[in-house]
Design a protein around this ligand. Structure first.
Ligand code: SER
Length: 645
């Protein structure tokens, strides 16, 4: 059987060797300079500047396997389809090939026999979907035409036993580009896999439903199941996005300067398909870790639904935590942003470990297995091994203390309730639920655990009222965090306004000025730009003095007044180093990298984009200098009119 590693490699090789793409390494799971998302949620995210027209140093045909994190559905993890960390395989055309090649090559890779460089999927197990058209963009007959060249037929014209079919859907399904934001977008074509090939596709698992009969009626009076049917008969395995528009702030669409292709294939899904299993949790990717969790829980784990879910949650969450901790952006558990998500992942894994009877610190042991499994493909895991292990141990330790405090708190609440109860008062189920929710929120105690404790204490609560109240609170809380999350996870397009270009330029000037004032060992640890300000993290052990801050501001303002031209050149890492460029993320671009020069003042390896001249910044002012984490300081700064106030 083909292994997961071979599948990943085969995808890369197919595009490199057969179709002239350059393989580029995965970017960080924490986006650089992109405040709209906490994590990289799709392969296209780190490539947005290039989709908008920046030149990529590796060329106009790229292929990669991008580390992604999506946590908006964290509560669903453990079912058959959700995971927080996943890899997205992608091939990219930056103004190079378009629909014709993209579709032909997808079909070629999927259906070429295994021994001949393909995935060997039987063509009759594939279905595809295209955009049906609306007021903004026409029906994608062009894409459908290329599918027809591969032997597919429009479902509306097909006989009842045809399998290779093209379906058309509205924007919600066949368009890619985050709603409500600006940036590159366009129609897409999705490729689906028939998971139940034994079943005739017009014999739906649950009979011929009304939806099927209305949507895709067949002559015999039945209807056909379709790729986006809820029943799960079809699994989406690959999405080819044809980025030909730029969505503007006023909601209108203008043609992009260049036509791009952005494809995304969920690695875990394709592995499941090729290994012939129904969920990624059954693939080889999780075999060792699942066995390890069983062993930690003392041997056999009873295979009931709840336990299976707990095992999956642990396997998923520790993998995500290891990749976040093992990332060069240096996130550690905390109560804000990425650090908070990381903390939540680790603590959820620990809680599910306790449920399975694992009563000692264990997440670091599972992380070791992942480091061994993935270290050759993602060397940063091996490089950051000690950090991953130490942080997991520390976080479990902290959580242990929190749990103990929480248990004490719970006992207190219960004994007060019990005293009232014994004194003959009726329990106020609503008030108790409110307190229970506080325990959930502060200590992560789940509802069923609290109910169990209440009943164990002999308190006969009305579980119905209690649960309803708890659920209400839970929902309100969830809506709140979802509203917050939507903002953060809205979709991956950075703001590429002029303002953010200028702030990005200011970041380079600041970086150099800090080196001049504080010492050359000072370097960037992180950067985040919104439309209003820049935020820059750097390694430095003490608070900066007011004099140092003024001096840095002075230097940056001098460079603005000197009206330095900004230019960009493509060179190798070695050339860049020998010219004295500051190398921040040199492992990201493969061989050829871009270097931005600002007059004679600054030279930095960077993907861009930037202003054309330092004069465009107007002025620069530091608003705040504070600690970010141990040994790391954080500066927030503004430019232009905001800096003149
Ligand atoms: N951007 C598309 C996706 O995330 C294809 O890569 O599905």
């Amino acid at each position: 059987m083909i292994t997961a590693k071979e599948i990943r490699q085969k995808y890369i090789d197919f595009f490199v060797k057969k179709h002239g793409h350059a393989a580029i390494p995965s970017s960080s799971v924490v986006p650089e300079n992109d405040p709209t998302v906490l994590f990289t949620t799709a392969g296209m995210q780190p490539l947005v500047p290039y989709l908008m027209g920046e030149k990529h140093p590796a060329g106009s045909r790229l292929v990669d396997s991008q580390k992604c994190i999506r946590t908006d559905d964290i509560e669903e993890v453990g079912d058959d389809s959700h995971c927080t960390f996943f890899e997205m395989l992608g091939n990219w055309s930056l103004g190079d090939y378009f629909k014709k090649e993209s579709i032909a090559w997808s079909y070629e890779l999927l259906t070429t026999p295994i021994g001949q460089g393909g995935f060997g999927i039987k063509p009759e197990l594939l279905r595809v979907s295209c955009f049906e058209g609306d007021q903004n963009a026409p029906r994608d007959e062009e894409a459908a035409g290329y599918w027809k060249n591969c032997g597919f037929a429009d479902v509306k014209e097909a006989s009842s036993d045809e399998r290779k079919l093209i379906y058309f859907y509205e924007k919600k399904k066949n368009w890619w580009g985050p709603a409500g934001q600006t940036g590159p977008c366009g129609p897409d074509t999705e490729i689906f896999y028939d998971r139940e090939p034994g079943l005739n596709p017009h014999e739906h698992a649950s009979g011929s439903t009304e939806e099927m009969r209305n949507k895709y009626p067949l002559k015999d009076g039945s209807g056909r199941c379709h790729p986006n049917c809820e029943c799960g008969h079809y699994l989406e395995i690959w999405n080819n996005v044809f980025m030909q528009y730029n969505k503007k702030a006023d909601g209108s669409f203008e043609p992009l300067a260049q036509q791009n292709v952005d494809t995304g294939m969920g690695f875990e899904r394709i592995v499941a398909v090729l290994e012939g299993v129904s969920t990624h949790y059954e693939t080889e990717l999780f075999t060792s870790v699942k066995a390890q969790i069983s062993a930690l829980a003392g041997g056999q784990i009873a295979q009931n639904e709840e336990n299976i879910r707990s095992v999956r949650i642990i396997a998923d969450h520790v993998r995500a935590a290891a990749f976040i901790l093992g990332d060069k952006m240096g996130v550690t558990p905390s109560n804000t942003d990425q650090g908070y998500i990381l903390r939540r992942l680790i603590r959820r894994a620990v809680r599910h470990g306790r449920k399975l009877g694992i009563n000692r610190h264990f997440t670091h042991e599972i992380a070791e297995t992942y480091i061994a499994d993935y270290g050759d493909v993602y060397p940063e895991l091996t490089q950051n091994r000690d950090k991953i292990i130490d942080e997991l141990k520390k976080e479990e330790e902290k959580f242990q203390t929190t749990l103990e405090n929480g248990l004490r708190e719970m006992k207190k609440i219960f004994s007060e309730a019990k005293a009232d109860f014994t004194a003959g008062k009726k329990l106020d189920d609503k008030a108790l639920a409110e307190k229970a929710f506080f325990l959930y929120e502060s200590y992560g105690f789940p509802q069923e655990m609290i109910v169990e404790e209440l009943l164990r204490e002999g308190l006969s609560i009305d579980v119905q009222i209690f649960s309803t109240e708890f659920e209400n609170k839970f929902k309100a809380h969830q809506d709140l965090s979802r509203a917050g999350a939507e903002q953060k996870f809205a979709g991956g397009l950075a703001d590429h306004s002029d303002e953010s270009r200028k702030l990005h330029t200011a970041t380079h000037l600041l970086h150099k000025a800090l080196k001049m004032v504080l010492g050359d060992e000072v370097h960037q640890k992180g950067s985040n730009i919104t439309a209003e300000r820049l935020r820059f993290d750097f390694n430095f052990g003490q608070k900066m003095t007011p004099e140092q801050i003024s001096r840095v501001e002075e230097i940056v303002n001098e460079q603005i007044q000197r009206k330095l031209p900004i230019s960009c050149r493509v060179m190798t890492v070695a050339e860049a180093k020998s010219e004295g460029a500051v190398g921040l993320f040199e492992d990201k671009y493969g061989d050829q990298i871009k270097v931005y020069t600002m007059g004679d003042f600054s030279m930095e390896i960077c993907g861009g984009p930037h202003a054309d001249n330092t004069a465009d910044l107007g002025a620069f002012r530091i608003q705040k200098e504070e600690a970010s984490s141990a040994g790391v300081r954080r500066i927030k700064a503004v430019i232009g009119d905001a800096a003149k106030k």
